[in-house]
Design a protein around this ligand. Structure first.
Ligand code: PGA
Length: 256
């Protein structure tokens, strides 16, 4: 049985006062959810990891802290502007989003760069949330599976097979991110199943354990239907993670 996960990707949103306001509104409602069997992760911008982490630490590990990116080089070194896995651990991070489509398209992250980051994250004991997904033109050209297969092949090459279940995948069709267009539950399920089947070619047992999140305009109104699909194990939430709607999405994940 896979435990559901809902991760909130704040992207480049927030300021100290705004974060405090959001957490003050969000955390009590999350904690009040009855029998919540959902792993919840909050991923603020790196400069706010420590302050948000301090608030979450008071909840005794009930809600996890995640980063949105990490340097592919571990340790210390001359990498101006970068943050290492050790630094993420040092401020209390347990999770890290890797290969988000915004990093791939706006910051030219290649499949290989994502794979390098995955290696260091796993070695540091962080739980990577690795994003894959096709652009609209690729979907329209019938290339969805080929694109996801290519991205996944790099990921699987970087992940030792005994660590597959330590990784979380997120299928995020790029055309659904921040657009209000959501994949239908059937469209999501189709790709999630494809991903799980591809992982099963490496290790069938692990494929049954790996969690695959859906991301792309998940809202309280559509979360239930999406999370009801057999291979959808929760969500990676952008816009709706900046409001108390996030709690309703977590509740929807806990209902399965
Ligand atoms: P969205 O973003 O929920 O705002 O579409 C999802 C994501 O980019 O992770």
């Amino acid at each position: 049985m896979r435990q559901a996960m809902v991760a909130g990707n704040w992207k480049m949103h927030g300021l100290h006062a705004r974060n405090e306001e959001l957490l003050a509104a969000l955390l009590p409602s999350l904690q009040a959810l009855p029998d919540r069997d959902v792993e919840v992760v909050v991923c603020p911008p790196s400069i706010y990891l420590e302050s948000v982490g301090r608030v979450l630490a008071a909840l005794d590990g009930d809600i996890h802290l995640g980063a949105q990116n990490v340097c592919s080089q571990a340790g210390q070194g001359a990498y101006t502007g970068e943050v290492s896995v050790e630094m993420l651990r040092d401020v209390g991070c347990t999770h890290v989003i890797l290969g988000h489509s915004e990093r791939r398209t706006l910051f030219a992250e290649t499949d290989e760069a994502v794979a390098d980051k995955l290696r260091v994250a796993l070695a540091a004991g962080l739980t990577p949330i690795v994003c894959v997904g096709e652009q609209l033109a690729e979907r329209e050209a019938g290339e969805t599976e080929a694109v996801v297969e290519r991205q996944l092949t790099a990921v699987l090459a970087a992940c030792p097979s005994d660590q597959l279940a330590n990784m979380v995948l997120a299928y995020e069709p790029v055309w659904a991110i921040g657009t209000g267009l959501t994949a239908t539950p059937d469209q999501a399920q189709e790709v999630h199943q494809f991903i799980r089947t591809r992982i099963a070619r490496v290790d069938a047992t692990m494929a049954g354990l790996v969690r695959i999140l859906y991301g792309g305009s998940v809202k309280a109104a559509n979360a239930k239907e999406l999370f009801a699909m057999p291979d959808v194990d929760g969500g990676l939430i952008g816009g709706a993670s900046l409001t108390t709607e996030f709690t309703a999405i977590v509740a929807a994940a806990g209902a399965h």
